[in-house]
Design a protein around this ligand. Structure first.
Ligand SMILES: Nc1ncnc2c1ncn2[C@@H]1O[C@H](COP(=O)(O)OP(=O)(O)OP(=O)(O)O)[C@@H](O)[C@H]1O
Ligand SMILES: [Mg+2]
Length: 456
């Protein structure tokens, strides 16, 4: 694979593998698809040339609850060296990795000491590069052990290289590793990368992909595939499954009510917090204030500023809208539900603002700072704290586009996966009030009814 840009980062990584005893390591932090693994691969290749042995592990969502699963993956190639460990460390490590009959929980401290001894002894023969990818998904015990090791290898020929998604946490953050925040590619590098993967894109689509991708290499490589069949360059770009998964994952971990408000924000073409809160109120059937969005700010999905809600990446917005449960209109027509944000909005009538430029839609409308006036809600230039307004026509319209089984399943759920698995009804969904009379199926006719009611 040809790398575009990243000269500074590659220099830092080259320095790390050239002198693994000089510092404990590097923690690369960045949004999904920004190129963390690509840099790791470059570092591992450089390490091989420099004569280092690389040991690798990676956090996996499915193994987050399995204690020491990440450590097991890292140390498995060294299992023949376990016998040389001091007896108590051997017992603890064997118990942790399930290679002994020992009952009971091993001491985390002893397991960490064993890992440190093993890695240091191995590195005495040949310097080591310890790679831990996606450490936000590592099981907590493995993450603690790696952090313990990272804090003690300054003088050893061992370097740690870890990756972490932005907005997530891990004990590796406080382990003395040098933080390497990975931002978007420069405009030139992004254009060069896009040119290398999709040479013949029509110019409007090319510009659209560049604007939507925001310098994210995954988006630059995946969006052209999704855009291949696009006949109307102004319509919403469909996401590939990988993009949708990457950018919606953090939304799934939020509280149900926050997810509901976030879905409303994703479906809304505007950014007024007052509008979003009023739509969330309709959707949830109860009063809401700005605190409902706080977890999404903490998770670095959105920013709230001066009365507006801004998604930190356009793809977060698209992915959240796409990953939410589909509007169920297909059940009536016999067609399968369409998950695209375009169809979701289109089915409910126009939730978009009145266009200020009626014909020219290129360059694409910014998803961040729309300029048109808000519909039905007075805009406040300075918003200072919670101020949910009464239901507005526009709020009702936005809420109407949300799936009909909200909030009874998804929005009310608190489990991490209820964002993506809302279609089975929970045993006894606690519905507070019937919030959206007239738009239970999200159909155009029923939404129109809501609009007439709320406009009167
Ligand atoms: N600088 C680059 N030049 C060319 N291609 C790149 C560059 N960086 C990343 N890519 C490509 O972009 C895609 C996404 O990159 P990568 O998998 O490294 O992202 P990531 O940050 O590890 O994502 P995730 O958080 O999902 O693990 C990959 O196909 C990768 O090969
Ligand atoms: Mg990766």
């Amino acid at each position: 694979m040809r790398m575009f840009g990243r000269d500074t980062e590659l220099k830092d990584l080259a320095a790390l593998v050239d002198g693994p005893g000089d510092r404990s390591g590097i923690l690369i932090e960045g949004e999904p698809g920004i190129g963390k693994s690509a840099l790791v691969d470059e570092a591992v290749a450089a390490a091989a040339i420099a004569g280092l042995r690389a040991l690798r592990t990676a956090g996996a969502e499915t193994e987050h609850g399995l204690a020491y699963a990440g450590l097991q993956r890292l140390l498995y190639p060294l299992r023949r060296g376990f016998d040389a460990l001091p007896a108590r460390q051997f017992d603890a490590l064997s118990a942790a990795l399930g290679t002994s009959e020992t009952d009971g929980e091993p001491s985390l401290h002893l397991v960490a000491l064993a890992a440190l001894t093993l890695l240091s002894d191995t590195a005495a023969e040949r310097p080591l590069l310890v790679v831990a990818e996606d450490v936000h998904w590592l099981d907590p015990a493995s993450a603690e052990v790696l952090a313990f090791v990272a804090r003690r290898i300054d003088s050893e020929p061992v370097a740690v290289l870890a990756t972490l998604r932005a907005g997530t946490s891990s004990p590796l953050r406080a382990a003395g590793l040098t933080l390497l925040p990975l931002g978007p590619l420069s405009d030139d590098d992004a254009a060069a990368l896009l040119g290398s993967v999709a040479r013949d894109l029509p110019d409007p689509v090319r510009r659209r992909v560049l604007a939507e991708a925001h310098g994210n290499p995954l988006a630059l490589t995946e969006l052209p595939t999704a855009a291949a069949d696009l006949t109307d360059p102004t319509s919403t770009l469909p996401l590939t499954e990988r993009l949708e998964r990457a950018f919606s994952a953090r939304g799934a971990a939020l509280p149900g009510r926050t997810r509901a408000a976030l879905l409303v924000a994703a479906l809304d073409d505007g950014d007024s917090i007052i509008e979003i809160l009023s739509a969330a109120k309709v959707l949830l059937g109860s009063e809401v204030d700005a605190e409902i969005l706080e977890p999404a700010v903490t998770a670095r999905l959105i920013d709230i500023d001066a009365g507006t809600v801004t998604f930190r990446h356009p793809l977060i917005r698209s992915a959240l809208a796409s990953a939410a449960p589909p509007v169920n209109a297909g059940a009536r027509t016999g067609r399968s539900p369409d998950r695209s944000p375009t169809s979701r909005i289109g089915r409910c009538g126009t939730v978009r603002r009145e266009p200020t430029e009626p014909t020219k839609r290129w360059p694409p409308r910014s998803r961040r700072r729309p300029s048109g006036p808000s519909i039905g809600v007075a805009r406040s230039p300075r918003w200072n704290g919670p101020r949910p307004s009464a239901t507005t026509p526009r709020g009702a319209r936005i809420a109407c586009c949300a799936p009909p089984n909200w909030p009874s399943t998804t929005a009310a759920g608190t489990g991490p996966n209820s964002w993506s698995a809302p279609r089975t009804h929970s045993p006894s969904p606690p519905r507070r009030t019937p919030p959206r009379t007239g738009c239970s199926a999200g159909s155009r006719t029923e939404c129109a009814k809501v609009l007439r009611v709320s406009a009167s």
